[in-house]
Write a protein that binds this ligand. Structure first.
Ligand code: ADP
Ligand code: ASP
Ligand code: MG
Length: 450
């Protein structure tokens, strides 16, 4: 079979009938696109998360359910044959309503995943019907058959061998006859319980299936024409980047550039699959290519911002000139499956931030049991309302004056923690969330706009 391209469309790209029609046109334009991975329609996952967190007030619950009906039926009613999918959508909406009621008495991450998966389950029905009506034989595929994951609801990890075997068995044979439309974000564990890959996880899903079917390319279609020097919503002067290396783009995704889920580039890099990021609204503007080799490696490439940071500071006099303290701390954290992101140490203390949050959202929490065990070892201070700003670039450790340029720009800010040195590609710092956007704007102006 010839080269297969995977196209992923995010929530805004499938927000309404016109947006979905643009996606269809993009797919039609590339005969190699055999697999289409999509998100829920814009706003739907947020509504589902709210319901999953438990909405005891019945009228509010009904209001949210009505929003879901309106979003989906305003698209479905523009189809030529809405009757083909009406029942399927109504069935999913009934399930949403039942789960939402259940969540009023008891919430759980497993129930959250059942609920939030309904967004992608609905959007795929609609896009598939639209593609068929435009004359392209398309098939909706339930990705839970292939996207096997751990049972960590809300933040499941893919099981690569299982995914690869299932993709070859169930997905690849379909490409001969049809364009396959499937869900991002969702999967299922080995007991076939629905799981999710964390908010924004559709990008990661697309990369994982692209890897599993040995795709020749992966396109991420979103609402901006490529990866920019910073979030254009924060700094309107941000510029699109034509070409970026996997390592730079991975650092950007990891440090908060929302345009890509943090893990997206890992499978693409493993299989050397070139990734394109573009706007489904304006495909003619081109976009960003993420590849192994790039022509330029500028000192400063981009600035990113990640909110909702949790900083833990552990302090103990026993740490002074002692060995094994950090090992004990990390053993406790590992036992409670707490993933650490950044870390700095001093003579008697260590500060660390917790890794990304799950589908339920908010700042990551230190589990009470882990805190209790840590408190037997040292004092524990937890701080929130912090944001992380990262400067992504190349060979920053080899260029004189870099630190002066960066920190000179930030003289009005109170930096809570600085991490630099482990990677040549980034320098990052924590500061109070109220001044983070301003810091990004100042850094961008100083380093990218002059
Ligand atoms: P999708 O629903 O298509 O996955 P997202 O909202 O998750 O879209 O991601 C696209 C958004 O990412 C853009 O609208 C933009 O505001 C934001 N963003 C953050 N950082 C960047 C960046 N460096 N370049 C481009 N967009 C960025
Ligand atoms: N629909 C999910 C979310 O909003 C996944 C995604 O869009 O990538 O987080
Ligand atoms: Mg996204």
């Amino acid at each position: 079979m010839s080269a297969i391209n995977v196209a992923k469309f995010g929530g805004t790209s499938v927000a309404n009938f016109e947006a979905m029609s643009r996606c269809a046109a993009i797919v039609e334009n590339n005969p190699n696109t055999k697999l289409v991975v999509i998100s829920a329609c814009s706003g739907v996952t947020n509504v589902l998360v709210e319901l999953a967190n438990g909405v005891p007030d019945q009228s509010r619950r009904e209001q949210l359910l009505q929003q879901l009906v309106d979003i989906h039926f305003s698209i479905i009613n523009q189809l030529k044959h809405p009757e083909v999918i009406n029942d399927a959508i109504n069935e999913i909406l009934t399930k949403v309503s039942q789960c939402a009621e259940k969540a009023t008495s008891e919430t759980s991450e497993q129930l959250t995943d059942q609920l939030v998966s309904c967004g992608e389950l609905m959007s795929t029905h609609i896009l598939c019907q639209l593609m068929n009506e435009r004359g392209h034989k398309s098939e909706r595929f339930d990705i839970r058959t292939v996207m096997k994951t751990t049972s960590v609801f809300g933040n499941a990890e893919p099981l690569l061998d299982e995914i690869s075997i299932a993709a070859q068995a169930h997905l690849v044979p379909l490409f001969k006859e049809s364009i396959v439309i499937t869900q991002g974000f969702i999967g299922s564990d080995l007991n076939n319980k629905t799981t999710t890959l964390g908010r924004g996880g559709s990008d990661y899903s697309a990369a994982l299936v692209a890897e599993a079917i040995s795709a020749s390319g992966l396109e991420i279609w979103t609402d901006v024409p490529g990866i920019y020097t910073t979030d254009p919503r924060i700094a309107p002067q941000a510029q699109p980047i034509k070409e970026i290396s996997f390592s730079e783009a991975s650092e950007m995704a990891n440090f908060g550039a929302k345009i890509l889920h943090p893990s997206t580039l890992v499978p693409a890099l493993r299989h050397k699959i070139p990734v394109f990021v573009g706007s489904s609204k304006e495909p003619e503007l081109g976009g960003t290519w993420v590849t192994q080799e790039v022509e330029s490696a500028p000192l400063f490439r981009a600035v990113t911002l990640r909110g909702n940071q949790t900083l833990i500071t552990l302090k103990s006099l026993n740490m002074f000139q002692a060995s094994g303290f950090l090992a004990k701390v990390f053993t406790i954290l590992a036992r409670h499956k707490v993933s650490v992101d950044l870390i700095t140490t001093s003579e008697i203390s260590v500060s660390l931030t917790l890794d990304r949050t799950n589908t339920q959202g908010g700042a990551p929490q230190l589990p009470a049991a882990a805190q209790q065990e840590l408190e037997e070892l040292c004092s524990v201070v937890v701080e929130q309302n912090l944001s992380l700003v990262a400067l992504i670039g190349n060979n920053m450790g080899q260029a004189k004056g870099t630190a002066k340029q960066i920190f000179g720009t930030l003289e009005d800010h109170n930096l809570r923690m600085i991490c630099y040195g482990a990677s040549n590609h980034n320098l990052c710092f924590l500061l109070h969330e109220s001044s983070a956007r301003h810091a990004v704007q100042q850094l961008h102006r100083q380093l990218f706009e002059s």
